[in-house]
Design a protein around this ligand. Structure first.
Ligand code: SOE
Length: 380
């Protein structure tokens, strides 16, 4: 039977535009997709950049105005890989035009924006997904399977960190390509929405909803030149954000993200401690989980290092031969393959917009708590 086409319009040609474009190509080569992705158009404000992205990644046309892209009737799926301040308007317009929508994280700049985006996709009844890619690293997916199988028993503790150091220099400007992450008007928040959002998405997937949070944030460099105006302007993003949390299941957690941890480029780590077993994981060694099982014979008990590359590990039968590693980019390939599979199975691809709204409710609560100095409810 001929495969259906999935005609894609991508908005954004930066770092995330590249990860998504790579996923569109690789997913069909390694997974048995029931739809054939067709890269119809890439859209971005700079025509030369859009043309270069189209030529490199095989998009057959370009647009420089996202509204024109959405009006086109040769596109089924709008994929948003543009900065956070445009997610809301594009996603709502795309849903109203009856397009499927995939969106980079965080969904909105705050939960109010995300709420409107959820309402739009649910009213239109269109497929939707948010690119929280770390869920699709096979080691993380294995952790989910172990937890769901009850191997850890009751969960007591969850701990996550996402450490970077790329904004320490005080002459780094804010605003513009890549550096929009330092501009609160564009990004919504600093590391809370950019990095902690990843940690929260993984945590709630593995350990269920977060109930309450108590957070604190700091902006270490108070003023930076704005690339777009040339003027020195106050920095209003959080450079570092830490919070404690209580999950609905009664477990306790700590989370930390910063762009001021000298020496760390992208150190995402997590540990989860249960009654029977514990799991820890480190993005720098992403194919492994460390696993401790208290049921092991006592003299031989210890942390096992499991290389999650065997044929019966999640996603790994689709790649090379047992023992060979995969990397960061594969998490996006897996996520896109799962999205395409969801179109036939009619089971929503996770995380969908509603799941990502739950993450934004937590990040909003963390920022609220940092201001109020109080524990805040993360469910509303
Ligand atoms: C920031 O440096 C960043 O690129 C985030 O925006 C990504 O979501 C994260 O995966 C890596 O770090």
């Amino acid at each position: 039977m001929a495969r259906k086409k999935l005609r894609i319009g991508l908005i954004g040609y930066g770092f995330m535009g590249r990860t998504h474009s790579n996923a569109f190509h690789q997913a069909g080569r390694f997974f048995d997709l029931k739809y054939t992705p067709e890269l119809i158009a890439v859209c971005g404000r700079d025509q030369a950049n859009a043309e270069a992205h189209a030529a490199n990644w095989g998009f057959s046309s370009i647009e420089t105005d996202w509204r024109k892209l959405i009006e086109r009737d040769d596109i089924d799926l709008i994929d948003i890989a543009a900065p956070n301040n445009v997610h809301h308007d594009i996603a709502i317009a795309a849903a109203e035009a009856g397009k499927m929508v995939m969106c980079e994280k965080p969904l909105g700049r705050n939960a109010a924006e995300s709420q409107a985006m959820v309402a739009a996709v649910e009213k239109a009844g269109v497929a939707n997904m948010v690119w929280y890619n770390y869920r699709r690293i096979p080691a993380i997916t294995l952790a989910k399977q172990l937890i769901d199988a009850g191997k850890l028993g009751r969960i007591y503790h969850y701990r996550a960190k996402f450490l970077q150091d790329w904004t320490i220099a005080d002459d780094l400007p804010q605003g513009g390509p890549g550096l929009w992450r330092l501009d609160a008007d564009v990004a919504g928040s600093g590391v809370t929405g950019d990095l902690l959002a990843h940690c929260i998405d993984t945590a709630m997937w593995l350990n269920g909803p977060i109930d309450t949070v108590s957070g604190t944030t700091e902006t270490f460099i108070k003023e930076r030149m704005h690339s777009l105006t040339g003027n020195v302007a106050p920095v209003t993003i959080d450079d570092a954000s830490l919070f404690m949390a209580r999950f609905d299941n009664g477990s306790l957690a700590t989370f930390e993200a910063t762009r001021y941890a000298r020496g760390h480029k992208a150190l995402y780590t997590l540990e989860i401690n249960g009654e029977h077993a514990s799991i820890s994981w480190d993005l720098h060694d992403l194919n492994r989980i460390e696993y401790f099982d208290h049921a092991d014979e006592s003299q031989m008990r210890g942390w096992r290092s499991i290389h999650v590359t065997d044929g019966d590990h999640p996603y790994m039968d689709k790649w090379w031969v047992p023992g060979l590693s995969i990397g960061y980019e594969h998490s996006f390939v897996h996520q896109f393959a799962d999205f395409v599979a969801s179109l036939s199975s009619k089971q929503p691809a996770m995380p969908n917009f509603r799941d990502a709204l739950a993450t934004d409710l937590v990040t909003d609560a963390v920022l609220k708590s940092a201001k109020s100095g109080k524990w805040e409810n993360a469910h509303k």
